[in-house]
Design a binder for this molecule. Structure first.
Ligand SMILES: [Ca+2]
Ligand SMILES: [Ca+2]
Ligand SMILES: [Ca+2]
Ligand SMILES: [Ca+2]
Length: 347
């Protein structure tokens, strides 16, 4: 999933919106514990995968406790051997539906996607990965306008393959069945959010906690985030997705990115503001206000990011251990290597 919107990076990442700017410093989530970045397993392709069930709409995550270790740094995830940074990006999505996001390499030119199944980690050890394999060998993409993303738009627990048009906001979705992509392609225009002349950043996240990833459009100029809730269901595009004109407003500073992921113990996506200099701030999504609006907590820092090297790394998010909370990842732009920080409650 591409998680970031804002500055120049948008379109290359998955569930965040970002405004890139300068800064230097590292990004290390919170007061973090236990570094020991000894090299470990290498990502290698999707395997079978089981498929545990996930949280009920708007309920607390069953295994979620805000323990005291906050962010737990695990050994580095090696990048794919032949990773090509000029044309490829690292992404994470749950392809086999086991709740853990798998490691992907997406080629922006050919649309090819390789996947390495995330086989989990045991008590602080590094993650184990299946062998790399092609999920998709090619996808036709309009150069400069269309890009590949992944999100679970129909709520079945498998992240679906999306082609997003950044110019007009339309989405082509291919449903993921048991780790494979079916032949059926769904299309949604999302016109409600795309007025002529606007070009908002698009990300997908579950804003209402019903397990379906919703369509979010971030307008950098105003800071407003609008949404189409439930653009798809299990049978295809819905004719009347609920339009929320103002989900939340976020004022991004230079070098900051906005992303939406759940980081606490409910199942609703929270707003994450990542500073390239390191700090990570969040506005927790509390609930509906009863009048159709959403309630958000005040912004607070949830990670210091002290050691993030912004020259070589950027921050992304994915749920690597499958507990329902997004973990913080530092991705090396050149090698595709990832430093994972498991979310244990933040700062
Ligand atoms: Ca998985
Ligand atoms: Ca799905
Ligand atoms: Ca949340
Ligand atoms: Ca997690």
């Amino acid at each position: 999933m591409i998680t970031t919107v804002g500055g120049g990076v948008f379109g290359v990442v998955n569930a965040s919106i970002a405004v890139l700017a300068g800064g230097d410093k590292d990004d290390k989530p919170g007061a973090a514990a236990s570094p020991k970045p000894s090299p470990s397993d290498r990502p290698s392709g999707p395997g079978a995968g089981e498929g545990e069930s996930s949280a009920e709409p708007n309920t607390r995550l069953t295994d979620c406790r805000n323990s005291t270790d906050q962010w737990n740094r695990l050994p580095e995830i090696p990048g794919a051997k032949d990773f090509a940074p000029m044309t490829q990006r690292v992404d994470f999505a749950d392809i086999n539906g086991d709740g853990r996001d798998d490691y992907l390499v997406v080629d922006a030119g050919t649309g090819a996607v390789r996947v390495w199944e995330n086989r989990g980690t045991k008590s602080g050890a590094g993650f184990a990965w299946g062998p790399g394999s092609h999920l998709i060998t090619a996808t036709t993409l309009a150069p400069g306008r269309e890009y590949v993303d992944f999100a679970d738009v129909d709520g079945d627990g498998f992240d679906d393959h999306l082609v997003v048009n950044s110019e007009n906001g339309s989405v082509r979705a291919r449903k993921n069945h048991d780790g494979r992509l079916s032949g059926t392609e769904w299309k949604a225009d999302a016109k409600a959010l795309h007025k002529k002349g606007t070009n908002p950043g698009i990300v997908f996240a579950d804003i209402d906690g019903d397990r379906r990833d919703d369509y979010l459009a971030f307008d950098l100029a105003s800071g407003d985030v609008a949404a189409l809730l439930g653009l798809f269901d299990r049978s295809g595009p819905r004719p009347d997705p609920e339009h929320l004109a103002q989900v939340v407003t976020v004022d991004l500073g230079e070098g900051e990115r906005l992303a939406f992921h759940n980081v606490d113990c409910d199942s609703r996506a929270d707003a994450l503001i990542s500073d390239e200099n390191g700090p990570l701030r969040a506005r927790m999504h509390l609930d509906h206000d009863g009048g159709g609006g959403l309630v958000w907590a005040e912004e607070k820092q949830i990670a210091t990011g002290d050691e993030l090297d912004r020259r070589t790394q950027y921050r992304d998010f994915a749920d690597l251990d499958g507990d329902g909370r997004a973990d913080s990842l530092w991705v090396n732009r050149t090698t595709g290597e990832v430093t994972p920080w498991l979310n244990r409650g933040g700062d």
